[in-house]
Design a protein around this ligand. Structure first.
Ligand SMILES: Nc1ncnc2c1ncn2[C@@H]1O[C@H](COP(=O)(O)OP(=O)(O)OP(=O)(O)O)[C@@H](O)[C@H]1O
Ligand SMILES: [Mg+2]
Length: 229
């Protein structure tokens, strides 16, 4: 099965990409400074209460359960923050950022990621860098979540003024084209936004997107985007 999509970039689209990322970072920071600190404080209060209720075992047990629930929520929020935290897009070059993401994915999933990168890859403009990072993040996540793959490979190369990135896995693959979220479903729980998001990002940059899959053999996702420098 193959899907190919091409788009044309406009200045407004490029600004939108960078603005979307800035907004995401603001939400991540708000989450860290707001709810995370509040939950942390609530856990401390509840722990004190739990100790003070030592003579009322049933109440103390309930307080303990509340502490556990809040700690689990904290853990989940922290993981989300870790996933969405900006990797220093402005400061670091494309290669270093993508390599860092592969290492992070390996650590989180215990699954090897084999990365091949052009020695002369060089850097690219901010919108392309952000897009390639988020696309790789989603592609690796899909490979891990859906494919039951034992191996994922990533290759990144420069083709003149363009950058080509290929993400492959040796997992189960799929027969029919995967379900993509419809415009109307954006924000609806349970939608499939990942591949749609990849297509949108590539289209905004004026790049190309292709998804090839063979049942039982795996999936290959290829994107080519203008480096934009
Ligand atoms: N590497 C892959 N191997 C096998 N199936 C895949 C792979 N990538 C995607 N799919 C299939 O395509 C579907 C759509 O993927 P997509 O990333 O759009 O949504 P999702 O991963 O289900 O949800 P979301 O990304 O919104 O969390 C998946 O549900 C899965 O069935
Ligand atoms: Mg997905």
């Amino acid at each position: 099965m193959t899907a190919v999509d091409e788009g044309r970039a406009g200045d407004a689209s490029l600004r939108l990409l960078a603005a979307g990322e800035r907004e995401l970072q603001r939400i991540v920071l708000d989450m860290h400074d707001g709810p995370v600190q509040d939950i942390f404080a609530a856990v401390s209060h509840l722990q004190v209460l739990q100790r003070e209720l030592a003579e009322h075992p049933e109440h103390s047990r309930r307080a303990g359960q509340a502490v556990q629930l809040l700690e689990r929520a904290l853990g989940e929020i922290r993981t989300l923050i870790g996933v969405f935290r900006p990797p220093g897009f402005e400061r670091r070059e494309l290669g270093a950022i993508l390599e860092g993401l592969c290492v992070q994915h390996e650590a989180m999933t215990d699954q090897p990621v084999e990365l091949t990168m052009d020695a002369g890859l060089g850097d690219c403009a901010l919108p392309a860098k952000i897009a390639l990072y988020r696309i790789l993040q989603e592609a690796l996540s899909n490979g891990h979540r859906h494919a039951s793959a034992t191996r994922q490979t990533v290759s990144v190369e420069r083709r003149g003024a363009r950058i080509a990135m290929t993400v492959a896995d040796n997992g189960r693959g799929f027969e029919a084209p995967p379900v993509l979220a419809a415009e109307a479903d954006v924000g609806v729980e349970g939608g499939h936004f990942g591949l749609r998001g990849i297509q949108d990002r590539v289209a905004m940059l004026g790049g190309t997107f292709a998804l090839d899959s063979t049942p039982g053999q795996g999936t290959v996702l290829r994107v080519v985007v203008p480096a934009g420098l």
